[in-house]
Design a protein around this ligand. Structure first.
Ligand code: G6P
Length: 614
């Protein structure tokens, strides 16, 4: 949610900032801006819309100077206007600030400063902070470290969250950054230093990074940096090397990142499995769980927390772990759990799932669980993310960078890892060696089965054309296909703006059935399982009301051809991996429908990939 980038060094800051903003655009794309220190003033440029608008404007302006900050915005306080776009400049024009997060007490700060004669030009919470810094600076007068101290003292008055970068006209050789609740990472190059919300912004400049922790403040110079806490404790900064493949974030021959990421799934899943299947013992193994087998045996209950698509992955995990390990599982929205004060048994294991590892509600749920003394584990994709650093143990997805806002390969890799977790827990309890081996084989078959589905992409695109004018859509599935129905509906609505609902197929009768019409088709998952006949009955109920039907069905279900308007056949597989296979056609269908409707697939309106505000 909002992307920040800062640069100080010998190169032209503006072009590095613009490049970084382009790479951070997935965090928000309502508007973008930058401020560069050149001589006596800031070169300050802001534009609504995409970073490309800002880049276009930058070509028409001379933006010299080697120190600057930039921001791409996901609007919280104030509409999408140029005045509300970051960087914000203090009313004495001495400071420029970029901010990610929410200053909750901004109204009080603003009122106080207005009383002191400070002027405000935006509706943002961030402008209150830049003027508070100016106020402290004016008060400090001749103190040493005046710039640094004014930022630090201002932050002591702030309630809320921030990742920020600040420039001061009087100190052109310095950028101050700070973090509380929103990620901030320092990059250390040769005679240059960078600051960003995500390593992706600068990984092609340097892979030497320092992750800031909450309540830390950094002073960045071209030749180095120093970090302390906001309350002035020393911090021993650890410089880490990140393993980042720059080519991962390029589009190649694909039209959109979402399409590319759908097609990357066979490889993403191979990466998630690599070295983790133990055929000798018929189980799975993970390097970073930090719990012994006997500690795992004491787990009586598992609570999963997540947001968005990752929450749907948790629902699949619930089915798989209860089915194969017979451990009771509950799933909560992280945003609800963090404030619910739910009673948890002492032998509960708290598991969070987050692609980015930065979603604030998921992070807060993790912290709440840890504060109460529960053991926590996480499944995350982004190495070094805050959740990955704060959890007791975890499993990396290794799915590669996911740029498209709508999650695809991260979702299926989360389900795959959940299946491996179910296998691991199952083998610690009642799952036989033989059953373990059968599941391992099913997992190993997955990448090729997905390739088979992907080779049917043209067929799915043809179907998508027929449904692109739908006014609404129902996604219906039973048992473990229910979460896939939820995910299918989410995928379609977020990228095509067609209202869609996911429902347990039988539950559809209790409300959504009222929506069924010629313009509201239904997609049903029909597997060859114990629910087969019951699902077909639900399908008939849709058809009886003139609802068009797309059936996503397994090869062994021998689905009667005349029962659906369109049929997508997927390979038959072990029940633990069937939800992964069923996800692929639904992703493709949503993608092609959105494309047909000329939607901005990778950057759907109002959304952001990484949600770092509550
Ligand atoms: C946002 C994204 C979703 C994602 C959710 C959780 O809403 O648009 O695609 O599922 O955040 O993100 P996380 O990084 O925690 O998985």
């Amino acid at each position: 949610m909002c992307g920040i980038v800062g640069y100080i060094g010998k190169q032209k800051a503006a072009s590095i900032l613009l490049d970084g903003l382009q790479r951070l655009e997935y965090r928000g794309y309502d508007s973008a801006g930058l401020a560069v220190l050149s001589g006596e003033k800031f070169s300050h440029l802001r534009r609504t819309g995409r970073v490309k608008n800002l880049a276009q404007a930058a070509r028409e302006h001379s933006l010299f100077g080697g120190t600057g900050i930039g921001h791409t915005r996901w609007a919280t306080h104030g509409e999408v206007t140029e005045a509300n776009t970051h960087p914000h400049v203090s009313s004495d024009e001495k400071f420029a600030l970029v901010h990610n997060g929410v200053i909750e007490n901004y109204l009080g700060i603003r009122k106080f400063l207005e009383g002191k004669g400070y002027e405000f030009f935006s509706s943002t919470d961030s402008e209150a902070l830049v003027n508070l810094i100016a106020y402290h600076y004016a008060k400090e007068q001749n103190g040493t470290d005046r710039f640094f101290e004014s930022v630090r003292k201002s932050l002591l008055h702030v309630e809320g969250t921030y990742g920020l970068g600040v420039l001061c006209l009087d100190e052109p050789g310095e950028i101050i950054g700070a973090r509380k609740g929103s990620p901030l990472i320092v990059g250390l190059g040769d005679g240059e230093s960078l600051l960003a919300s995500d390593v992706a912004a600068f990984a092609h400049h340097t892979q030497n990074v320092v992750y800031l922790n909450d309540s830390e403040i950094v002073r960045l110079k071209a030749g180095g940096f120093s970090i302390s806490t906001i309350s002035q404790e020393d911090v021993e900064a650890v410089v880490q090397r990140v393993d980042w493949q720059v080519e991962e974030s390029t589009l190649g021959d694909f039209s959109h990142y979402m399409e590319k990421e759908i097609f990357e799934q066979p490889t993403a899943l191979e990466n998630a499995m690599r070295g983790r299947l133990d055929e000798v013992n018929g189980t799975a193994k993970f390097g970073g769980l930090n719990l012994t087998a006997s500690e795992f045996r004491q787990v009586d209950r598992i609570l999963f927390c997540a947001c968005g698509t990752a929450w749907h992955a948790c629902l699949v995990a619930e089915y798989l772990i209860e089915r194969f390990a017979r451990i009771p599982v509950e799933v909560e929205y992280a945003s609800e759990f963090r404030y619910r004060n739910a009673p948890l048994d002492k032998d509960t294991l708290v598991f969070v799932i987050s692609q980015s590892g930065e979603t604030i509600d998921t992070l807060a749920a993790l912290r709440e669980a840890r504060r109460k003394g529960f053991r926590t584990l996480a499944i995350t994709n982004v190495v070094g993310s805050t959740i990955a650093r704060e959890t007791d143990g975890g499993i990396y997805q290794y799915a590669g960078a996911e740029i498209g806002v709508a999650s695809t390969k991260a979702f299926t890799s989360q389900i795959l890892i959940s299946a491996m977790v179910a296998l691991y827990f199952g083998r610690l309890r009642d799952l036989s060696y033989q059953d373990g081996i059968v599941l391992i084989q099913a997992l190993k078959n997955l990448p090729d089965q997905i390739r088979t589905i992907l080779s049917e992409a043209d067929h799915i695109q043809k179907i998508a054309r027929k449904y692109a004018d739908a006014e609404g859509f129902l996604f219906l599935g039973r048992q473990v296909m229910f979460p896939i129905a939820l995910e299918g509906a989410l995928k379609l609505k977020e990228i095509s703006y067609i209202h869609a609902e996911g429902y347990p197929a039988a539950e559809m009768k209790h409300g959504p059935i009222a929506l069924i019409s010629e313009t509201c088709p239904s997609l049903l998952f029909v597997n060859n399982d114990e629910m087969y006949h019951k699902t077909l009955s639900n399908l008939q109920e849709v058809r009886a009301r003139k609802g068009r039907v797309i059936a996503v069905t397994t090869l062994d279900a021998n689905f009667p051809k005349d029962l659906a308007n369109d049929i997508i056949t997927i390979p038959s597989a072990h029940e633990a991996v069937q939800p992964i296979l069923a996800s692929i056609p639904v992703q493709l269908l949503s993608y092609y429908i959105a494309k047909e409707r000329n939607c901005d697939v990778d950057k759907p309106r109002n959304l952001a990939k990484s949600v770092t505000v509550e």
